[in-house]
Design a protein around this ligand. Structure first.
Ligand code: ADP
Ligand code: GLC
Length: 478
């Protein structure tokens, strides 16, 4: 099949969270199955290596309204893997800045432009995809375009699929975006795009894609309910027959402790000796005490309400005060949370280190050097870090929600399970889970057995790609 991804993130060129990892890994796995994959994505100011890209289309006229001078772009390309090319949309005005999701007056036009440019690139080069696979809200109006404005074009027979990586972010913008994209007026209607007085990008995608995918089976169930639906659960329920949860995987090219250029010493399930060297190296790197023999709890995360780390902040001081854990965090996001974590590190300089910012190398070293990895998420569509943790023998301590529930099996008090899970996203739940982790740590035999089981878990992108192909085929039939 010919498959076009429309995605705002493609790692390592752009990444705000797991979406960038997921789109690249899935594209590679689909290409490995013999499919032809192209991914259209913006060329943000922060994208590295543009010198090495070639020009695919020097000047592409894009079918959008507004200032005609702003309706053209250059398309650059590079090969991600055999059978998988990225198309980078170069448009200085929209994407010249470094951020992936800036707040700006023309945010809606900026979000919509690159996807429409991808469709125009297909039309102008006569590369007509069987499947247009849209990822998250910025791509949400693409299935709508295919069903309406572009129905009589060569793309009219392409089927569309949308993956909801996160239902919290929907893209709600003023009505003028419809005119910009040339969408028909009848779509301005609460059963269609209209939502709270604006146009909801993700709602459009959910309603118009031939199939709706989300990134774990449990999240696929959760988003049918008001508690997880972020106001769109009724819309998701309208598509429940066409909704499926397919679990993300671990990209072993990037996340493999036996072959990871970022970590101090390699190790594996068979020979985990190197892990203690990684722990010592991490403590040294972060200027923490190296002689305490305490369990290290790690976090790498966006600091966002989704992740529940505000709750963890209420629990951690007790354990640090009693000298029972060391804690390391790498993250950025909400300024208040950033400051709270900085303060925690200042209060416990030997036991707690906090790095605010984005640092891929350090994220690998935290995965490798920690004993436990904390994810107390309020909701988690899939979550990649708990799977990376398991691969690195770092036991996940997670709230049993979404993909966390689907990937971590709870320690049974003996030698069974792959981590610690707790039910409620509240202070009591996290406190209970940390106590449980300490209990496990104090039983070295059980800890080793659980660690080995975690490391042997296979979260395969190849399996995920095969499941996607089944969805693509049903989308083409539907
Ligand atoms: P989400 O997509 O909701 O943020 P995931 O667990 O799916 O959550 O993916 C998060 C990804 O982003 C992981 O690859 C993680 O290592 C990475 N990440 C998050 N914050 C940082 C950071 N500050 N520095 C480096 N990597 C980060
Ligand atoms: C989102 C979700 C996360 C998921 C990632 C990749 O950002 O928050 O749970 O793992 O997308 O699908």
């Amino acid at each position: 099949m010919k498959i076009l991804f429309v995605t705002p993130e493609l790692a390592p060129w752009s990444k705000a969270g797991g979406l960038g990892d997921a789109t690249v890994a899935l594209g590679k796995a689909l290409a490995a199955l013999g499919h032809e994959v192209r991914a259209v994505t913006p060329l943000y100011g922060s994208v590295p290596g543009r010198e090495g890209m070639s020009t695919f289309i020097e000047s592409l006229k894009v079918g959008v309204g507004g200032d005609p001078l702003k309706a053209a772009c250059r398309v650059r390309t590079l090969t991600v893997a055999k059978g998988f090319n990225a198309w980078f949309i170069e448009h200085e005005d929209f994407y010249g800045s470094r951020e992936v999701y800036p707040t700006r007056e023309d945010a809606a036009e900026r979000a919509a432009f690159y996807g429409r440019a991808g469709l125009d690139a297909c039309l102008s080069t006569n590369w007509i995809p069987d499947i247009v696979h849209c990822h998250d809200w910025t791509a949400g109006l693409i299935p709508v375009l295919l069903n309406t404005t572009l129905k009589s074009s060569a793309l009219g027979q392409s089927a569309s699929v949308i993956t909801i990586h996160n239902l919290q972010h929907q893209g709600l913008y003023p009505r003028r975006i419809m005119g910009y994209l040339g969408l028909p007026e009848f779509l301005w209607n609460p059963m269609e795009l209209e939502c709270l007085g604006g146009v909801n990008f993700l709602k459009g995608g959910i309603l118009h894609a031939n199939r709706v995918i989300t990134v774990s089976p449990t999240y696929a169930q959760e988003i049918l309910t008001p508690a997880f639906g972020y106001g769109l659960d009724d819309v998701v329920r309208r598509r429940s027959q066409d909704l499926i949860g397919i679990l993300n995987g671990v990209d072993r090219d990037e996340w493999n402790p036996a072959d990871d250029k970022h970590i101090a010493k390699s190790f594996s399930a068979k020979d985990s000796g190197g892990k203690s060297a990684c722990k010592q190296a991490l403590l040294r790197e972060l200027n923490l005490a190296t002689d305490r023999k305490l369990p290290v709890i790690g976090v790498v995360s966006r600091l966002w309400d989704q992740k529940g780390l505000d709750l963890a902040l209420q629990v951690l001081p007790k354990y640090l005060r009693d000298g029972m854990i060391q804690f390391v965090l790498l993250g950025s996001g909400d300024a208040a949370l950033e400051n709270e974590f900085r303060r925690l590190a200042a209060d416990f300089p030997e036991l707690c280190a906090v790095r605010i910012g984005y640092d891929n190398g350090l994220s690998h070293r935290i995965e490798a050097g920690s004993d436990f990895f904390l994810m107390p998420s309020r909701f988690e569509p899939c979550g990649l870090n708990q799977m990376y943790s398991m691969a690195y023998g770092t036991l996940p301590v997670v709230r049993a929600t979404g993909g966390l529930a689907d990937t971590v099996s709870p320690w049974d008090g003996k030698q069974g399970g792959t981590g610690i899970t707790f039910q409620h996203a509240d202070v009591v739940g996290i406190d209970w889970a940390i106590q449980r982790a300490l209990e496990l740590y104090q039983q070295p035999e059980s800890f080793k057995a659980v660690q080995k089981k975690a490391m042997e878990m296979e979260f395969s992108w190849s399996k995920a790609a095969t499941a996607h192909v089944v969805s693509y085929k049903s989308a083409l039939g539907g």
